[in-house]
Design a protein around this ligand. Structure first.
Ligand SMILES: *Cc1c(COP(=O)(O)O)cnc(C)c1O
Length: 437
């Protein structure tokens, strides 16, 4: 068993990881600690030091770490020897999740979808969505947007914009046409109109698309926000040109923006929706593709995967829906907390006008644009030393991204933002001194 207490490891606490774990590890480099316990908005390292978690597994833990209601549901299920794995056979756990999804998420929102369970990662869901769109339309091309992030398996990666990740493919990434996201060229350029014009031009050079895939808020891409009007236009353009409209709600969904789906108030009805990250509510791997019934044209087993029946995830996902989404109270709370977060970020921006270029994002998916990693990296390091876990996003890692638990207490949120404010001010001051010298 791994023993953090032995003298050799006390001297070099990460020796085991450095010797045995692949170089590909990444978050561990930003947050050099050995995490052991976690509760609510806090993670504790093996020496007992607490950290406020403004990363939450990149929005996997929207309800915080080890939420008591979710944990109890899982412990009860394990205790009665509930089936853990059953391929994609019927299980009671799956049935109960589906009923909660229908009764408390889909029906109240007037939505009718079939649920396709894929392998348990977001990329698995995106792969399935892209394959299904191609199968249904008989077309190959998929339109994805600048700064989009859809996962790193080859199909999903072809839709992802980031060159660092794309470079890791070492093979051509085919079948996707990149188009500018909402606001990519500034507020005065209508990128939806451009897309429509290019698709409408027989010499526009863009093959007829099977689908257009979009994130309503770009998580990894830098908290860029699509307007409701732009989303409606993109949906219309997709349908006008015979393509499906896919919304990737893997990071922005499950309440992150203040509603269960991030596009709920936008007046769009996606043909396909991909979900993962916070869907299980407890950090258990689980992914879901919601498909309009008429598009559910798979033949049995045509797309599969061994781990489509993670019953523990079904149990906690149902418990999460029951606990947080049985009525509108939680959403209202999240919206309030999101306003508190935004107000405080605005204050930090005002106090540090030299380095903070603006505020990005929506709801509880907000952050500070500090221009470059020359500012964001030292802030992340300084914050970590003071007990705050916060990460960056964007093409230049220029966005300090706050992904706190949605149910974080005001006190914990304020404490984390106090650390963030101090660290931004500290780095701003250091940079001002540096440039004056
Ligand atoms: C994280 C993410 C994915 C990929 O999910 P994985 O579980 O890492 O494969 C896809 N789309 C979006 C929007 C994401 O944020």
């Amino acid at each position: 068993m791994y023993d953090a207490e032995t003298p050799a490891q006390t001297k070099r606490p990460f020796a085991t990881f450095e010797r045995l774990e692949s170089q590909v590890r990444s978050y561990s480099r930003s947050f050099p600690a050995i995490f052991d316990r976690a509760e609510g908005s806090w993670q504790y390292d093996s020496e007992g030091k607490g950290y406020i978690d403004f990363l939450t597994g990149c929005s996997v833990l929207n309800y915080g770490h080890n939420h008591p209601a979710l944990k109890q549901a899982l412990m009860d299920y394990i205790d009665r020897n509930g089936v853990v794995h059953s391929l994609d056979m019927h299980s009671r756990a799956k049935g109960e999740f589906l009923e909660a999804l229908e009764g408390k998420i889909l029906k109240p929102r007037g939505m009718t979808y079939r649920a396709q369970f894929t392998g348990p990662t977001g990329a698995n869901a995106v792969e399935a969505a892209m394959k299904l769109a191609r199968k249904v339309t008989g077309r190959t091309n998929i339109i994805a947007f600048t700064n989009g992030f859809h996962g790193v398996t080859l199909g999903a990666l072809s839709a992802t914009g980031n060159s660092h990740h794309r470079g890791g493919a070492h093979t051509p990434l085919n079948g996707v046409t990149r188009m500018p996201y909402c606001g990519y060229f500034g507020d005065n350029v209508d990128t939806a109109a451009q897309l429509d014009q290019m698709l409408s031009d027989p010499s526009g050079g863009v093959d007829n698309p099977a689908a257009i895939i979009v994130e309503p808020v770009q998580g990894e891409g830098g908290l860029n926000v699509a307007s409701a009007e732009w989303m409606r236009k993109i949906e219309k353009i997709a349908h006008k040109h015979g393509a499906l409209f896919i919304v990737d709600d893997i990071q922005a969904g499950c309440g992150r923006t203040g509603t269960f789906f991030s596009f709920e108030n936008m007046g769009v009805k996606p043909d396909i929706i991909t979900m993962a990250k916070s869907l299980s509510g407890m950090g258990l791997p689980m992914a879901l593709v919601l498909v309009k019934p008429e598009l559910d044209q798979w033949s049995p087993g045509e797309h599969n995967g061994t781990f489509r029946g993670n019953c523990h995830a079904f149990v906690t996902a149902k418990a999460a829906i029951d606990t947080f989404w049985s009525d509108d109270r939680f959403a209202a709370e999240v919206q309030k907390t999101g306003e508190r977060l935004r107000k405080r970020l605005r204050q930090i921006a005002l106090a540090n006008r030299g380095v903070v270029k603006g505020i990005k994002g929506r709801g509880m998916m907000c952050g500070l644009d500090v221009g470059s990693s020359e500012v964001s990296d030292p802030v992340v390091d300084a914050a970590f030393k003071r007990g705050l876990i916060i990460e960056t996003s964007g093409a230049h890692d220029q966005i300090l991204k706050v992904l706190a638990p949605l149910n974080i207490t005001d006190a914990d949120l304020d404490a984390g933002l106090d650390i963030l404010a101090d660290c931004v001010a500290e780095v701003a001051e250091r940079q001002a001194l540096g440039s004056a010298a």
